[in-house]
Design a protein around this ligand. Structure first.
Ligand code: SF4
Ligand code: SF4
Length: 347
């Protein structure tokens, strides 16, 4: 993790001493496709009903590999997402390339519907992140617009993946979108995930890229997040730093410097300075040849990145900045991990 450590130390020095908005990249996210096989009602960008919009927007495996090369030049970690990554038949080839490039930590998000057809990805990732918002197949029929049988097979796939963790040496994280008035559903998913020996992750519902006001006003939600923090401190499998769990969805107290978590879309475009700001620009990363060159081009077109933005609460951006700003919090996370490494920690 040499690159990660170096970036962390440089970024912390910037945050504390210079206030520079230029954090070195630490955790890039790569959208390998915009296509999806579900149509979750809350999804703002993707879904099967939007696949036609993205027709012809799938990069070849070779171009995806080149993007991975560029990201791996500066980073030790990679988060792969979509759309739904398993919509790509060449997904194992792409993940295998990431592995061969020496990335030290590879995570991938999936809805798990087609997971059994891509079983080999379990041997390639360190963290498999499956989305699961409810255990009630009837409810999902409307929220995921999927047939109940499909939802039941999804649940079976989650159970199957949990059972593969130790043998195939990865961690399963189940992430649940918590919706207003539906905290009880999230609690049921949490219990299911603990029983499986996987990690639970709560994600607030976003509306227009911001945390749902109805959710943040719901006292049950605040209570649920406090329970998660207590569970984590007691050694249960809960994903998220104490900083994030104690201030869910709020960058207002954490602050964000988005260049630490660059997002690259399915066409190989860096969203600069982040994909959450509505006026962000897209920079062709393949043409730029490096993250640094792409950031420079982004700055030329948009301006310097925000140093301490408090507009949204998107965890993929905000949490990493928070941990840079609060080294003591990171040290506590590391100690907590050593005390409770999780049910499927690599040996
Ligand atoms: S599975 Fe993911 S990408 Fe697909 S519609 Fe649902 S939230 Fe969106
Ligand atoms: S807080 Fe949100 S909008 Fe602001 S820079 Fe970070 S990701 Fe972008």
């Amino acid at each position: 993790m040499r690159k990660l450590l170096k970036a962390y130390l440089k970024n912390t020095a910037r945050a504390w001493f210079t206030g520079s908005p230029w954090f070195d990249p630490m955790l890039p996210t790569l959208y390998v496709t915009a296509l999806c096989n579900l149509r979750c009602t809350y999804c703002e960008d993707f879904g099967a009903h939007r696949n036609a919009d993205y027709r012809g927007q799938t990069l070849s495996a070779d171009k995806m590999k080149r993007l991975i090369d560029i990201l791996a030049d500066e980073c030790d970690l990679l988060y792969v997402t979509g759309g739904e990554p398993t919509m790509r038949p060449d997904l194992p080839e792409i993940l295998g390339h990431a592995r061969s490039r020496g990335l030290r930590y590879l995570a991938m998000n999936t809805n798990a519907v087609r997971l059994r057809e891509h079983e080999e990805v379990l041997d390639l990732v360190d963290n498999l992140v499956i989305s699961l918002d409810d255990l009630d197949a009837g409810r999902w029929d409307s929220s995921l617009a999927a047939q109940p049988e499909r939802v039941r097979s999804l649940l079976e796939n989650v159970g199957w993946a949990a059972g593969e963790q130790r043998r195939r040496r990865f961690t399963l994280t189940v992430t649940c979108v918590v919706m207003p008035g539906r905290v009880a559903a999230a609690r049921r998913v949490r219990g299911f995930v603990y029983d499986l020996g996987a990690q639970f992750s709560a994600q607030h519902l976003s509306v227009g890229r911001l945390p749902s006001p109805a959710l943040t006003a719901d006292p049950e939600y605040g209570q649920f997040m406090r329970e998660l923090l207590a569970d984590k401190r007691a050694g249960k499998g809960v994903s998220g730093s104490d900083l994030y769990l104690s201030r869910p969805g709020a960058s207002a107290t954490n602050g964000c410097t988005p260049t630490a978590a660059p997002h690259v879309d399915w066409m190989g475009r860096l969203a600069y300075p982040c994909r959450e700001l509505p006026d962000h620009v897209l920079v062709d990363l393949l043409a730029a040849g490096s993250l640094r060159a792409a950031m420079r081009e982004g700055a030329r077109r948009w301006g310097a990145p925000p140093a301490d933005c408090r507009r949204c609460g998107e965890r993929c951006y905000v949490e990493i900045s928070s941990l840079v700003r609060h080294p003591a919090a990171l040290a506590r996370e590391a100690l907590g991990y050593l005390r409770h490494p999780g049910p499927s920690a690599r040996t």
